[in-house]
Design a protein around this ligand. Structure first.
Ligand code: GRG
Length: 295
């Protein structure tokens, strides 16, 4: 049995990560407003689910949370935060509230919000390459992160989302969109943890499979919450998807079928965990992560 738990990781490692991200941003020797804009969105809060996945994966393979692990988790959170800043821009999703606060461009203006996003994206790679990770693993991590964030991953998904607004996508098209927009960074979080822990190819393939399913579940859940939750709970506008005729699971399948689809995805993810468990991996933390999805 592992003596770790997600709440322990949140209390210790996520707090330390927040400290390190803030210190890193504060110590940037750049233009004051740019630094403030970067810091504003990173430190506005957020669930830190992607870093938590990195920590949980390392801990599941008994890998200590070292400076390298913090660099992987922090760089990933910087890239995720950049994507939120750009997603909120008027030319994209046009949102006024994010992480319970006014969006970056509402505070700093559109030009500075674009630059703050650009700067977090590039600063992420600087951090990732400074943490003393072995050159082979560092190359793997940089390559996978660029692939997940860029035109084969998140940016591709975002493009499909924006262009898809004018048409009704099929379920298959929606899955491809989600796998890029939301799934790619989440899958990277599991794979990056696997690289840091030096797991076998067999373990790595299962981590990837679990990541893809977790990412899909994350997006279906977010779509469901957009229908069922409140602005106060979410820290961002809700009910926007249906008002703007977005392609979502509830829009395509109806709320009940979307919930069934989430359950099915979670049960598939559970099967992957069973395979990892059969290989001797302690899967309690992954099981606990699945508890995030409460419907
Ligand atoms: C601008 C290139 C580019 C990409 C944007 C992240 C993203 C891609 C769009 C956000 C749109 C959205 C609401 C997606 C649903 C799932 C998702 C990624 C939610 C936000 O992530 P959380 O819930 O946010 O982890 P916090 O604030 O908790 O970090």
């Amino acid at each position: 049995m592992s003596n770790n738990s997600i709440s322990k990781l949140q209390a210790s490692e996520i707090n330390e990560l927040n400290r390190q991200m803030e210190a890193r941003l504060n110590s940037l020797d750049n233009q004051d407003t740019l630094r403030a804009a970067m810091r504003y969105s990173v430190m506005a809060g957020g669930k830190r689910i992607r870093p938590l996945i990195v920590f949980a994966t390392c801990a599941s393979f008994q890998t200590p949370i070292s400076e390298a692990v913090f660099a992987v988790a922090g760089s990933l959170e910087f890239i995720h935060t950049y994507s939120l800043i750009h997603d909120d821009l008027p030319e994209m999703d046009n949102d006024e509230l994010r992480r319970g606060k006014p969006t970056n461009h509402k505070v700093y203006g559109q030009a500075m919000a674009v630059l703050a996003g650009d700067a977090l994206l590039t600063e992420a790679f600087e951090w990732l390459t400074e943490a003393g990770i072995s050159p082979v693993d560092n190359l793997k991590l940089v390559h996978k992160l660029a692939k997940a964030a860029g035109p084969k991953g998140m940016v591709d998904g975002q493009s499909r989302d924006i262009l898809g607004e004018k048409q009704q996508l099929t379920l298959e098209q929606l899955k491809v969109l989600h796998a890029g927009k939301t799934g790619a960074l989440i899958t990277y979080a599991f794979e990056a943890g696997g690289i840091l822990a030096g797991v076998s190819d067999q373990h790595q393939a299962l981590l990837r499979e679990f990541g893809l399913l977790f990412g899909l579940a994350f997006q279906i859940y977010d779509d469901i919450l957009d229908v069922t939750s409140t602005q106060e709970k979410m820290g961002k506008a809700v009910h926007k998807d249906s008002l703007e005729h977005k392609n979502t699971y509830p829009a395509l399948l109806g709320l009940n079928e979307a919930k069934r689809s989430l359950e099915h995805t979670l049960s598939q993810a559970g099967n992957v965990l069973k395979q990892l468990n059969d290989l001797g991996v302690q899967t309690e933390l992954f099981d606990e992560l699945l508890g995030y999805f409460k419907i």
